[in-house]
Design a protein around this ligand. Sequence first.
Ligand SMILES: NC(=O)c1ccc[n+]([C@@H]2O[C@H](COP(=O)([O-])OP(=O)(O)OC[C@H]3O[C@@H](n4cnc5c(N)ncnc54)[C@H](O)[C@@H]3O)[C@@H](O)[C@H]2O)c1
Length: 354
Amino acid sequence: MNILVTGGAGFVGSNICIYLKEYYSNAHIIAFDNLHRRGSELNLKRLKEKDITFIHGDIRNPTDFLQIPPCDWVIECSAEPSVLAGFHSSPYYLVQSNLTGAINCLDWAKENKSSFIFLSTSRVYPYSIINSLPYLETETRFTPEYEKINIPGFSEKGISEEFPLKGPRTLYGATKLSAEIVALEYAEMYDIPVVINRCGIIAGPWQMGKVDQGVVTLWLANHISGKPIEYIGFGGQGKQVRDLLDIEDLCRLIVWQMGNISSINKEVFNVGGGVKRSFSLNELTSLSHQITGRVVPIRYNPDTRPGDVKYYITDTSKIESISAWKPEISLIQTLNKIACWLFDNSERLKGIVL
Ligand SMILES: NC(=O)c1ccc[n+]([C@@H]2O[C@H](COP(=O)([O-])OP(=O)(O)OC[C@H]3O[C@@H](n4cnc5c(N)ncnc54)[C@H](O)[C@@H]3O)[C@@H](O)[C@H]2O)c1
């Protein structure tokens, strides 16, 4: 079996490559990446050690795909993953990579009759709707006033695939949703199996966290290196809520999807850690303090960044109803794994994460 992982040197891609190699030891796994993300180059050694082929290439350039042998699978993990991309900069790279590039990947999959798994995002759901819901403010987080909310796909379990899609969602969310729509058309017109995973925050070792992406790593890294953290937006108290899925739980899901592709062809799944793995920034600070034993200065910035959401928790009922998969790694276990990775690799992560 040949498996192509685009964005294979990134956080999600490199971990998927390594997990798949351990699971399918005879598979030929190819990581294809243009190393655009600072720190992705550190993953090349990990890939090489596991006998994973690295091909330097750019999904924006169809000719770069000529270097790749035919593959049974394409797992599309390459992207500009920052939700802030395009706000104070040109949207060109974002649109070219996340939309045109994703279509190039689909086209290559069509030519090679490969099955296609697409890493999409929870940010396809409009921030305008999420932020307009009524919330109570507890000491550490925003909590929806469920009894006052009557929107499809919104419940105590979180946000499901039924949540409305009409409204602004950032160009990041828009390029991902557009790529999803094209992917489903490719499945229909060209008969290639396609599965879409709309992921909330994914976290774990080897995520090169920065201010605009990878908040969990950023928080722990700043605690370890003594740099300040900043609560940005929604009043500046760090009460915005997210859930977290450990990268290993995601990899386990990908393996299940590969084994069950015919029964889930053309399906879209919300994938995340759910209520049990939810946290606010404020709570993440306390947990980071507990884990690292360090306290860092906190900056309070009430101004909300464009496109930001007050609350997102994934309702994973759909995937859990058709599979035995559910997240297994707890929030605290993931945070501990990241902290150990940061301590163990502090020298090489200096200037990138630390
Ligand atoms: N990490 C998360 O919390 C999260 C959440 C939801 C969705 N996702 C999605 O998962 C996927 C992987 O995200 P990640 O966290 O690993 O990001 P990442 O930045 O760590 O990895 C993306 C990789 O893609 C590469 N890349 C970027 N542009 C490219 C191009 N034009 N050609 C080839 N390679 C290119 C980068 O160099 C990088 O190595 C993305 O599609 C992202 O939208 C991630």
